[in-house]
Design a protein around this ligand. Structure first.
Ligand code: PXP
Length: 257
């Protein structure tokens, strides 16, 4: 069964837009500002789980622009599904992950200027330290995924680096302007998923998936989890988060005859 990981970064983005200084040092945040910083991504995770999400994804960025350390620590204690931590391959965040032990880590490229992750990791051109990071995280009992473009070189490099999973970047597919372009991207994703499977690496996918384009992604073989955030949160503004998650899960279920 195809699983849904709900990315809740966008809830933290909304909170930080107002409570930019909410860095959550120890203590009651109310004592810091008099107000309760809201909305709380931890609450969002509970709602997503109650609607049937199979996992919760957060990206702890180096600049802490949305998710805060406090959020990840509370999620670790409270969620009942799987915690997937997206992060850059940098020493301070690696140490944080080793201590916190999320169920999974997805290593992503990270640029300060970008609004969101813009593409897959260049695993083929990455320093040897990437394979060392994968080994370190696996040694801590964490399942490791590498976010890559659907490109054979990157899939082979991810295998060589020891990844358990690749998460196929679906951003180019999501940005397709017409059906022909979309079909070409599905073909690329399919070839990449088949190669990963043949090499013994498991396959997830994500980025830019929404209620319109998710049905087409179901044609890609070997997918285990779709990680989706922005579109679910956008719909949640109008129908509520539980309903938005349920609607996405319904789209992902194979038709019953
Ligand atoms: N997967 C990865 C690796 C990402 O970086 C993101 C964005 O944070 C997502 C999935 C979710 O993307 P979106 O918010 O466009 O659904």
């Amino acid at each position: 069964m195809l699983k849904l990981g709900v990315n809740i970064d966008h809830v933290a983005t909304l909170r930080q837009a107002r409570y930019r200084s909410a860095q959550y040092p120890a203590g009651n945040p109310r004592e810091l500002s008099g107000a309760i910083p809201e909305p709380d991504p931890v609450w969002a995770a509970v709602e997503a789980e109650l609607a049937g999400a199979h996992g919760i994804t957060v990206h702890l960025r180096e600049d802490r622009r949305h998710i805060q350390d406090r959020d990840v620590r509370l999620l670790r204690q409270t969620i009942r599904t799987r915690l997937n931590l997206e992060m850059a391959d940098v020493p301070a965040i690696i140490a944080f992950a080793e201590e916190l032990k999320p169920d999974e880590v997805c290593l992503v490229p990270e640029k300060r200027q970008e609004v969101t992750t813009e593409g897959g990791l260049n695993v083929a051109g990455a320093p040897k330290s990437l394979a060392r990071t994968v080994a370190r995280l696996k040694k801590a009992g964490i399942v490791v995924s590498l976010f890559v473009d659907p490109d054979a070189r990157q899939i082979r490099a991810a295998t060589d680096a020891g990844a358990d999973f690749v998460e196929l970047h679906t951003g180019t597919f999501a940005n397709a302007r017409h059906e022909l372009e979309e079909a070409a991207e599905i073909k690329k994703l399919t070839t990449a998923a088949e190669l990963a499977h043949k090499l013994g690496v498991r396959v997830n996918a994500g980025h830019g998936l929404n209620y319109q384009n998710t049905p087409a992604i179901l044609a890609v073989p070997h997918l285990e989890t779709l990680n989706t955030g922005h579109s679910i949160m956008s719909r949640a503004l109008f129908v509520g988060l539980r309903q938005a998650v349920r609607e996405m899960l319904a789209l992902m279920a194979p038709p019953t005859r």
